[in-house]
Design a protein around this ligand. Sequence first.
Ligand SMILES: Cc1cc2nc3c(=O)[nH]c(=O)nc-3n(C[C@H](O)[C@H](O)[C@H](O)COP(=O)(O)OP(=O)(O)OC[C@H]3O[C@@H](n4cnc5c(N)ncnc54)[C@H](O)[C@@H]3O)c2cc1C
Length: 278
Amino acid sequence: MAALVEPVVGGIDPLTPVPHRVVAVDRETSDVVTLTLDPLSEVLVPALPGQFVMVWAFGVGEIPVSVSGVDDAGRFALTVRAVGPVSNAVVAARPGDTLGARGPYGTAWPIADAKDRDVLVVAGGLGLAPLRTAIDELGGGGPRRLTVVVGAREPDQVLFTADQRRWRDLGVDVQITVDAASWRWDGAVGTATDVVARLGAAHDIAFVCGPELMMTSAARAAIAQGTDPANVWVSLERNMHCGIAHCGRCQLGALLLCRDGAVVRWDRVVELLRERGR
Ligand SMILES: Cc1cc2nc3c(=O)[nH]c(=O)nc-3n(C[C@H](O)[C@H](O)[C@H](O)COP(=O)(O)OP(=O)(O)OC[C@H]3O[C@@H](n4cnc5c(N)ncnc54)[C@H](O)[C@@H]3O)c2cc1C
């Protein structure tokens, strides 16, 4: 009979978290922080853009979190919103504290397919976190043209403003929009989908991440502008438990999203999402 859990290979159990030291905590918004983690023992394989890790707050629990930054020394960043017990414990971590992490898991944004092409990246809210390393890679050269549309609820919810300046300096067309503005805001007001619908140009490939309704409408807007549905990619979040395609918690149709996602091709999931919405 096949084992339910992979046997321990080379002394590493796939479900055992690797301890990491928190080396920096940067506040992004009132309830979102970016933590930089440094591995204390085995270095995890560096995450590709769009992949996630399972993060342990010891004594509280474990949650999936996208990798929002990587460096050459094996350190990586996680950008987390406090919504419940585990994410609150992660957000409360301070430099010097220890968290567990295992992974990275899942699929990645198809960066190689973006070479010499017109690329559209659309992020809603915290959806910018799994796209950040993709934009870093793409902004360094590759695409013919790179347009990044960022939507946030309010101006003080816009993430990674320093990165956005850096991306603009690299020639990336970064467009920010907010749902509701204060009098101090002189940028666009409206949804990221509104901005995509006004771009007036087809893109060869689109990467979209955010709340599911926003992703659905932004993907449709990109397709309406002429992007081939087979070149639209989204990142789907489902409750995940094992992260290694054993428990089935994250099943969507025939997909186990911890293995076959979170980054998936739009035309492969659009019917599944429609079924679920009925
Ligand atoms: C592949 C993947 C990548 C993720 N990346 C990130 C990330 O980069 N940063 C980040 O902050 N979070 C991310 N999440 C979401 C994160 O895993 C959840 O916020 C976390 O599991 C909540 O656990 P909790 O114990 O804190 O709260 P819970 O008690 O589990 O939930 C508290 C509240 O949050 C809601 N909630 C739980 N999970 C989600 C979710 N996935 N989306 C929206 N609402 C949710 C619940 O319905 C409930 O209302 C990701 C999830 C997945 C599947």
